[in-house]
Ligand binder design. Structure first.
Ligand code: SAH
Length: 359
């Protein structure tokens, strides 16, 4: 679906200013609109009390403010909330609110489904249905911040929901620019983490972005043979190419690249894997986030025991890597990593999806 020019939610501030100017409206009204929509979460023009009646009438005629509709809002016993959101065309995505990590965090989707087909991820089973637009990505933040009372408070964003953000590069970056506007939510890129399987041309582009989020790489294996099986895009962008791009990635002072590593019992969680990981990451300013698998029906892997996880983490720590183990949140409501799926995905096979990706 192409973003409608009349949907104000798809516009950066300067685009909105230009569109309003075409209707003879002064630019400061664009800033007022941004404040209503992003800071106050108001999407009905009639409630925008500091706009003249004439301006409100014109806006109602010429513009909409596309906003994802909350279909359900499930609460976990640990405070995590999973929102099922419906978009203008009826497609659905999930977004998750994770409190107190210690920050308040929103986990956003960037695509309906995903083309990457990672062997342990439920979203990958859906195949790619379509990209989200910038307005639909930023809209998740508006809706979740409104629902959790955080419009005026600091929060973090992780692009770790459904989809591969570097496979929807333009819309994802535009969403970050929209969210960054000081007249809107003013989200600093330091509070945003983009998680990717490692699409190398995307990483190269990201390295030149003026608004650069923190980077997380979903590594999950230390040998190409195994990684290609678990994370199929590895066939095109193997470990050495991804790690080279990481070495070249410009990091701000004190910042590091996060390497996510999902632990699959008896598959990639052996002491040899841990030692290889230490060697692979030598010389990269990194931290490792271990994610014991969140099992799901149809996923042919098992979560390792806590002892195996601890032993793996200890070898990394002994190798002088900074390591953390991700505490799974919201597992009781299927909101944990890799558990996001909605019905009605495309019927394309995984092989067809990969063929599309490799083109
Ligand atoms: N496509 C991006 C972002 C979405 S996934 C990426 O791959 O990084 C966010 C994280 O959850 C990734 O590290 C992913 O590998 C991990 N994940 C997927 N399925 C999982 C599962 N069943 N258990 C634990 N982590 C999972």
């Amino acid at each position: 679906m192409s973003p409608s020019r009349n949907d104000l939610a798809e516009l950066e501030l300067r685009e909105l200013e230009a569109d309003l100017a075409a209707h003879g409206v002064e630019p400061f009204h664009a800033r007022q609109l941004y404040r209503w929509v992003y800071k106050r979460g108001v999407t009905e023009f009639d409630r925008m009390s500091d706009l003249s009646r004439d301006l409100r009438e014109m806006l109602k005629r010429e513009f909409t403010i596309g906003t994802p509709r909350v279909v359900s809002d499930d609460r976990s016993i640990d405070g995590t909330r999973k929102f099922l959101l419906e978009l203008a065309d009826g497609r659905r995505v999930e977004a998750v609110f994770i409190p107190d990590t210690p920050a308040m965090t929103f986990c956003l989707s960037t695509q309906v489904g995903c083309a990457m087909s990672c062997g342990f991820c439920l979203t990958g089973r859906m195949g790619l249905v379509r990209n989200l637009t910038a307005g639909e990505i930023a809209g998740q933040v508006r809706v979740l911040a409104g629902a959790t009372g955080l419009l005026d408070l600091p929060f973090n964003i992780v692009l770790m929901g459904m989809g591969e953000p570097l496979h929807n590069y333009e819309h994802t970056m535009k969403a970050l620019r929209v969210l960054h506007s000081e007249h809107g939510l003013a989200v600093s890129p330091r509070r945003v983490t983009l998680s990717t399987v490692g699409i190398v041309p995307g990483l190269e582009r990201l390295a030149h972005e003026p608004l650069m989020p923190n980077l997380a790489i979903s590594l999950h294996a230390t040998r190409d043979e195994q990684r290609s099986e678990l994370v199929p895009p590895n066939r095109k962008y193997p470990l050495a190419a991804i790690l080279d791009a990481c070495r070249r990635f410009p990091l701000k002072k004190r910042s590091r690249i996060t390497f996510e590593y999902v632990l699959l019992s008896g598959v990639n969680d052996t002491p040899e894997d841990a030692r290889r990981l230490v060697r692979l990451l030598a010389g990269i300013k990194s931290k490792v986030n271990l994610i014991p698998l969140n099992p799901a029906p149809g996923i042919p892997y098992e979560r390792p025991s806590d002892e195996r996880v601890d032993r793996f983490a200890q070898i990394l720590a002994d190798g002088h890597l900074t390591v953390s183990v991700r505490k799974s949140r919201g597992r009781d409501i299927r909101a944990a990593c890799g558990q996001l799926i909605v019905e009605g995905g495309s019927k394309k096979s995984a092989a067809q999806q990969m063929a599309l990706l490799m083109r």
